[in-house]
Design a protein around this ligand. Structure first.
Ligand code: COA
Length: 341
């Protein structure tokens, strides 16, 4: 589906994250709903999550943008495009991306939000890379940010244990060397799953009313078992498709960076790809499911832990509401290497 056809490779030249300070543990949730730390750890892998108080999603996205600008020592006016993947925009409109653009004074950039729930960053990364690969742009900021606590029903034990708040992002630039950066992708959607995972009210189908508030329809509603089954099957499948198309196996990968929805979903994909634990990024224990932010947060931790070297093959994967799902194959290229400054 997505092998590169453009002239220029799109490489990641900076990757950053932001997690809010307040930590909500499983034990804290035991005081809110009928659950236990043991149940949550066993069924999901989550131990604690971070919660943003008194600020919107854009606050975290702006922090990430500022950190990327500082890390790359950029003049914000050099940024051509800002894409924010989010399921929890500050408002229905204007886009959260426009708020980021203004806050960081990216005066030349255009900006838009992308809605693909937990697959948002994967979709946005591929979308942003197209503008680099065609030569239209030289600097594209791609951010995944979600304040899931804003749409989480803390009286519903089947959902409130799953989510957390956070943001992560990357800067995409043209590669100086051949065969670097985003090599291939496979993106999928199936709207037949729309009813299995959604926030039903607040849009044009069910505008906010006293009834929608009383019925708690502004919170995430999901059929957990259906979502779980779908995610287990599809995330592994899409990863296998990308690897097979490129003549690769799990043994060729340096790192697998999957969406962090449930440790058991991650394990299923890792088993299918025959990946040992040390090749799989897992941080769901500390951050839970931050929706569009999980993959860039995990990628930024991998980078900070010096687990990525030039030439390494990295596979990213996501699955979520829509349904949406997808996988991206990258050849990592460190900016500090000759030719990439
Ligand atoms: N604490 C204690 N018990 C709980 C609980 C909680 N927080 N949540 C549900 N239960 C109970 C259920 O009521 C049920 O009880 P019953 O057997 O008496 O009816 C039992 O635990 C099993 O529930 P079930 O829904 O079958 O559990 P599960 O193993 O499927 O795990 C999820 C539930 C939500 C963790 C799991 O389905 C999941 O992770 N789904 C994917 C969700 C997701 O990732 N969504 C984001 C999009 S990517």
């Amino acid at each position: 589906m997505g092998q590169r056809t453009g002239q220029h490779g799109a490489i990641i030249t900076a990757v950053e994250r932001y997690l809010p300070d307040r930590v909500l543990t499983n034990h804290d949730l035991e005081k809110l709903v009928d659950t236990s730390d043991e149940w949550i750890r066993e069924r999901t892998g989550v131990v604690e999550r971070h919660i943003l108080d008194g600020q919107p999603t854009s606050y975290m996205a702006i922090k990430v943008a500022e950190r990327i600008i500082a890390a790359r020592d950029l003049d914000p006016a050099e940024i051509d495009l800002i894409i924010v993947a989010t399921a929890t925009p500050d408002m229905l409109f204007p886009s959260t991306a426009c708020l980021v653009q203004h806050a960081v004074r990216a005066t030349r950039a255009w900006a838009y939000d992308l809605s693909a729930a937990c697959t948002g960053f994967i979709y946005a990364l591929v979308a942003g890379a197209q503008f680099i690969q065609t030569g239209a742009h030289r600097k594209v900021l791609v951010i995944g940010a979600d304040k899931m606590s804003a749409i989480t029903d803390f009286t519903d034990r089947s959902t409130c244990i799953l989510f957390g708040d956070g943001a992560g992002g990357v800067l995409l630039e043209p590669a100086q060397t051949a065969n670097a950066g985003l090599l291939d992708f496979e993106l999928r959607a199936d709207g037949a799953g729309a009813g299995c995972l959604s926030v039903p009210a607040g849009g044009s189908m069910m505008p906010a009313s006293h009834e929608t508030v009383d019925q708690r329809l502004h919170y995430v509603q999901q059929d957990g078992r259906s979502v779980f089954k779908f995610a287990v099957a599809r995330m592994a499948e899409v990863c296998a498709t990308v690897l097979e198309r490129n003549g690769l196996t799990g043994a060729d990968l340096k790192l697998f960076v999957p969406h962090q929805a449930n440790y058991r979903i991650i394990q299923a994909a890792a088993q299918r790809l025959k990946l040992p634990a040390e090749k799989v990024m897992v941080n769901i224990d500390r951050f839970a499911n931050t929706t569009a932010a999980t993959v860039p947060i995990a990628l930024s931790e991998a980078f900070q832990q010096e687990r990525l070297e030039s030439g390494d093959l990295v596979l990213l994967a996501g699955v979520g509401g829509g349904y949406t799902w997808g996988s991206v194959l990258l050849r990592w290229e460190n900016r500090s290497d000759p030719g990439n400054t």
